[in-house]
Ligand binder design. Structure first.
Ligand SMILES: CC(=O)SCCNC(=O)CCNC(=O)[C@H](O)C(C)(C)COP(=O)(O)OP(=O)(O)OC[C@H]1O[C@@H](n2cnc3c(N)ncnc32)[C@H](O)[C@@H]1OP(=O)(O)O
Length: 426
């Protein structure tokens, strides 16, 4: 990745008010620079403290493969490393099927000894300046907390629903096929088959992220530290789909925890679920899927899979609005001038988007006002993948429109038939 400003020296003046004392001025110098081999022991220490777990050698090796030093930025004060951010080189599928190379921001942390002094902001400012200089049209991340990244122009783009069903009461409907074709796979068989099936799946699903080889290395290494006390992975394999799962055995009650379930066809999806539900000694099955899971429709009792949680897996931030808006397809016709506000990167402005709709692509270019709709960079990034709707955001007071009719046209054009799904936590 091309670099700009290899080193920025920032002097932050921070007013520290102490209980019962007069506020004092505490000045310190923060240096933001590209990471080096020598930084890695300190990066590991920092992220271990930040995320509350000691990072194993395996994960370190995989991370270093995914994030070469030129993708790493560190913040130092004196000889102390106090902050880090990095990115993996990933690819995302956008509505309509185009594949866009994107940096995936990850391993972000600032030392608890130096928090809320603007170090994250400085790191992300430099990191995103580099993304822009390298011509990246969008960046993505998985967020540790929902309150951090909106201010940097990121919006959530997928939602994963955790569903648990009591397998003992599963009955498939008469209308549900029983296609078969699933086998119990060894790890070696899974290594050969899973990456190819996943890759076919992710190309057909908006929001899905390419899994690099090093990521798969981590999946198949399946270290004890990833199991949370459950079993090693089991693999159920169909030619067009698969499930990987663990078994948790607590007080003689065995529960299946699905880690991955991806299917390119409805037939493969049904076949994999038939096999999962035939695991007689298992009491429950827990899985994370998108809003439009097929599972309830396969069962006589659609209430059986109970939603026990929801999680915004993937966040995105559009960096180049004309390019990204010209990259996706649209659901209906639109010929509109709109304004994007971008308080973080100053990439906003007035744009004209024209599309013939019903699956057609779009042409987006900078334009002159007046705008019919005004939206933030974060909210436009959210509605881009179709999980969140302009209409909902407008009702929440987050989008301005000159009229209800303009909002309705905008909303309908950005809607997607397929629910986005991320496919990868990183
Ligand atoms: C993609 C990923 O890797 S997600 C992982 C993020 N990392 C973690 O969760 C690890 C634990 N947390 C941390 O290391 C730190 O608290 C960080 C990285 C989240 C924040 O670092 P800091 O240097 O304290 O943040 P900084 O002072 O630059 O704050 C920047 C802005 O974010 C806000 N902010 C910082 N942390 C949070 C938070 N946890 N929740 C909400 N807002 C936050 C600040 O108020 C500030 O807002 P403003 O600039 O608009 O006024």
């Amino acid at each position: 990745m091309q670099s700009v400003n290899p080193e920025i020296v920032l002097t932050l003046s921070v007013a520290c008010a102490k209980l019962g004392a007069v506020a004092t001025e505490n000045a310190f110098g923060v240096v933001v620079r590209t990471g080096t081999d020598d930084d890695w022991p300190e990066i590991l220490k920092l992220d271990s403290f930040a995320f509350g777990g000691h990072i194993a050698d395996l994960k370190t090796g995989i991370t270093r493969d995914l994030a070469p030093n030129e993708n790493v930025l560190v913040a130092t004060v004196g000889d102390e490393l106090v902050g880090v951010t990095m990115n993996y080189d990933l690819q995302i599928t956008v509505p309509g099927g185009a594949l866009v190379d994107v940096p995936g921001v990850t391993w972000v942390s600032v030392s608890p000894t130096h928090r809320r002094k603007g170090i994250l902001r400085k790191l992300l400012t430099e990191q995103h300046a580099r993304f822009l200089a390298a011509g990246n049209p969008m960046s993505i991340l998985t967020a540790s907390e929902g309150g951090i990244y909106g201010r940097f122009g990121y919006g959530p783009i997928t939602t994963e629903y955790t569903r648990t069903l009591d397998r003992r009461f599963v009955q498939f409907r008469d209308t549900t096929a029983d296609p078969g074709g699933v086998r119990l796979a060894t790890k070696e068989q899974a290594k050969t088959a899973l990456p190819g099936i996943y890759d076919r799946w992710r190309r057909s699903c908006p929001g899905a992220v390419r899994r690099p080889d090093a990521f798969w290395r981590g999946v198949f290494a399946d270290p004890e530290s990833n199991r949370g006390g459950a079993s090693a992975l089991f693999y159920l394999l169909h030619k067009d789909g698969f499930a990987t799962y663990r078994v948790r055995d607590e007080k003689s009650r065995m529960a299946v925890e699905v880690e991955d379930l991806f299917a390119v066809t409805a037939e493969a999806y049904t076949a994999v679920w038939r096999a999962l539900c035939a695991l007689d000694l298992m009491e429950t099955i827990t899985v994370s899927e998108s809003r439009t899971s097929l599972l309830p429709y396969l069962l006589t009792n659609p209430r059986l899979p109970k939603v026990t949680g929801a999680f915004d897996l993937l966040w995105a931030r559009i960096l180049d609005f004309p390019r990204m808006l010209s990259a996706r397809s649209y659901a209906s016709e639109l010929d509109m001038v709109f304004e994007v506000t971008d308080g973080f990167l100053d990439q906003g402005g007035i744009f004209h988007l024209r599309t013939d709709g019903a699956g057609a692509g779009g042409v987006c270019e900078p334009a002159d006002g007046p705008a019919q709709v005004r939206i933030t960079a974060a909210d436009l990034s959210s509605i881009y993948f179709g999980e969140h709707r302009a209409d909902t955001l407008a009702q929440a007071g987050r989008i301005w429109s000159e009229s209800d009719a303009a909002l309705d046209l905008f909303d309908r054009a950005f809607a997607t038939a397929d629910t986005p799904q991320g496919g990868m936590f990183f």
